[in-house]
Design a protein around this ligand. Structure first.
Ligand code: WT7
Length: 652
């Protein structure tokens, strides 16, 4: 273990196993050796004009761009002067050639329905639904909330927005009415696209009902378009709500893709920060599309016959960038599954892989750890020989989980791409090239083309090998976020405030002697629960909104399955008495106000919280207590020492 005095970031992992790509895989791959990777990476950094001019030729432009980049830190514009449409690139381009009748989306519903939608059919569905949007007076620049189950219509809704230049903001179907309400207010959305319900673990998630609750008392939303999926009873508000299938009766399939500016907004996606409300990450058109198209092609070493399955819900950025936009921009077949991995049995995923001959499988470490727990027999029951490449994303993958994934799922045959990126980066930033990069379990290895990543100390100096520091990106890149929607000062401060002109990722990392990046985890107060970011302050706000709670502090504790578990320290208002029942009530209250993902695993009642003299809660101490560690480090700023002993006593 080495410690860097300039920032206190420690790195504990030691891993010496190396897995070189098999020759047979390399032979047919796009990047076959490290020399090619290094040459292209160097070119992308040193001669960006040359690299991006060639790369951008992979997209169809309605008007060629004239200027590559305008960089007025921290604001970037890419491919200036260009006109382009994401939906045109994902659909129209393919139906003009041999992919016309190729499956664009293969879908399986949780109850077992199967649908295969060809590029031509998807194009028609998107054009018709884009006309439905126009008919409902939704136009370019309008913000549209999409709150859908994992069904093809979620992709149709996104692509239809992209087709006319409306800005979508997908809200994960597991989020609550309060979360929808906040996102509507922040984005200024005027329309919602939803479904009556969706299936999850055998029950119906009442999506439309949640939308109704979110819209109560507000006139901001003029139109709600409802897709009939689960046939559950719903309320239709006359004058505001319309059925998707009824609307289709009024439109034809003729809807030319709008010629949008390279920098026209494509979507807003909310993600957690350490303070305050979730941040609306804004992505624009051309740079984002190029980022996802290029990374899908090279990181997954895409082949024409691939069946690509990214298991992420479209409510997360991974679903946006890889299930929908990256896959379709490449004319690939993208698989979508609606429900839970263990429904009806823990082998649902393996069954799907075998049934459809999935070739590339991209999932999260939290899922992998669950598979390990459920046992190898579920995996071994199925013929997974179609798989040729595996991917991981969302959090650091523990070396043992990597080994299991490699051995049991990949039969020691498939390379694994451990891909590091963020909602903000839009597309994969650090990842192996599967045909070239020797992999070590637990590291995302090396930066993608155009990515100038570094690990630095608090003074911005690169740290020596195996010393921890802050992960930064020293140059703008095409798929970077453009701002936090409606909050430029926060954008500037959050991401560009530490080092002039450099992007701060919020992650701690180290590089080994081969230059590989090892992500240590977040350095801010952001938790990573099951591969998703959760702001401690969001959970704290939800906690104190409960009538019995006076004050709350939330920290993470290492968790075998979810990466981090949510531990809440709670002080009660006078009159309220700690009890098991109250604990359960508070837990459901948080689930109700944010979503099940934020539900504290553990609530500890306490008479007081450890604070500094200036009133700041000392989370470091709470973290130690939550993880059962002895308290280390400086406690001299603590206002009241007896709090610590009391907190520990409460535990006993
Ligand atoms: C944070 C971003 C972007 C996809 C899903 C999460 C962590 C993500 C890895 C990885 C280590 C990773 C980081 C990052 N993370 N991928 N391969 N290895 N850590 O998106 O919610 O925006 O979270 O997830 O901490 O900052 P997100």
């Amino acid at each position: 273990m080495k410690k860097n005095p300039a920032n206190n970031i420690e790195s504990h992992l030691h891993e010496s196993r190396v897995f070189k790509p098999h020759a047979a895989f390399s032979k047919t791959s796009l990047i076959r050796d490290m020399a090619t990777y290094r040459r292209l990476h160097r070119e992308s950094i040193e001669r960006p004009q040359v690299f991006w001019k060639r790369a951008s030729g992979e997209l169809r432009w309605l008007k060629k761009w004239t200027k590559l980049l305008e960089w007025k830190p921290p604001f970037a514009k890419w491919f200036l002067g260009g006109k382009i449409n994401v939906s045109d690139n994902c659909l129209d381009r393919h139906i003009e050639g041999p992919r016309r009748n190729k499956a664009a989306i293969i879908w399986e519903g949780e109850p077992g329905e199967k649908r295969t939608i060809t590029y031509q059919q998807l194009h028609r569905d998107v054009c018709r639904f884009a006309n439905v949007l126009l008919r409902n007076k939704i136009k370019k620049g309008d913000r549209v909330i999409i709150y859908m189950p994992m069904i093809p219509e979620a992709a149709v809704a996104m692509l239809a927005c992209a087709r006319i230049g409306a800005v979508h903001s997908v809200v994960f179907g597991g989020f609550s009415a309060d979360s929808i309400r906040d996102r509507i207010a922040d984005s200024g959305a005027t329309a919602v696209i939803t479904a009556d319900g969706g299936y999850r673990r055998g029950t119906i998630v009442p999506l439309k009902h949640n939308v109704d609750a979110a819209l109560k008392g507000s006139k901001a939303i003029k139109r709600v378009i409802v897709f009939r999926r689960a046939h559950n009873d719903i309320h239709i508000e006359e004058g505001r709500d319309v059925w998707w299938h009824r609307e289709l009766e009024y439109v034809d399939a003729n809807c030319p893709a709008a010629a949008l500016d390279s920098e026209d907004p494509l979507f807003i996606l909310y993600t957690s920060g350490s303070t305050g409300k979730p941040k609306g990450i804004l992505h624009t058109t051309a740079g984002y599309l190029l980022g996802v198209a290029l990374t899908t092609k090279y990181v997954f070493d895409l082949k024409e016959a691939d069946v690509f399955w990214c298991t992420a819900d479209v409510g997360w950025v991974t679903g946006h960038s890889y299930t929908v936009y990256g896959a379709l921009a490449n004319g690939a077949t993208s698989l979508m599954y609606e429900g839970a991995p263990n429904w009806p049995d823990p082998d649902r995923f393996w069954r799907i892989i075998a049934d459809y001959g999935v070739t590339v499988f991209y999932t999260a470490p939290t899922a992998i750890r669950a598979f390990i727990k459920w046992g190898d027999t579920w995996v071994n029951k199925h013929d997974l020989s179609s798989l040729r490449l595996l991917g991981s994303v969302g959090e650091p993958i523990n070396p043992e989980a990597w080994m299991w994934y490699h051995r049991v799922v990949g039969a020691s045959r498939c390379p694994i791409v451990d891909t590091w990126w963020q909602t903000e980066t839009g597309s994969i930033m650090i990842s192996p090239m599967p045909g070239a990069t020797p992999c070590k379990p637990g590291t995302a290895t090396l930066p993608f083309f155009g990515v100038d990543a570094a690990v630095v100390d608090d003074n911005g100096r690169e740290v020596p090998a195996d010393v921890g520091g802050k992960l930064v990106i020293r140059k703008p890149w095409p798929s970077m976020l453009r701002t936090i929607y409606g909050d430029k000062p926060r954008y500037r401060k959050q991401y560009w405030g530490d080092f002039k002109g450099w992007y701060t990722t919020g992650d701690g990392a180290r590089r080994d002697k081969d230059g590989y990046f090892w992500i240590v985890g977040r350095i801010d107060d952001v938790l990573n629960v099951a591969g998703h970011r959760l702001g401690t302050s969001e959970v704290e706000s939800a906690l104190v909104s409960h009538e019995s709670v006076a004050e709350a502090a939330v920290v993470g504790r290492p968790d075998e399955l979810k990466g981090q578990a949510v531990v809440a320290f709670v002080t009660l208002k006078t009159g309220a008495k700690p009890s098991g029942e109250l604990r359960e009530k508070i837990r459901s209250h948080v689930a109700h106000s944010i979503g099940a993902i934020a539900k504290p695993d553990d609530i500890r009642f306490s008479e007081a919280l450890p604070k500094t003299r200036s009133g700041k809660i000392m989370r470091r101490l709470l973290k130690d207590i939550a993880s059962g560690n002895s308290i280390t480090g400086d406690t001299t700023t603590l206002e009241d020492f007896s709090v610590l002993t009391r907190l520990r006593d409460d535990e006993a």
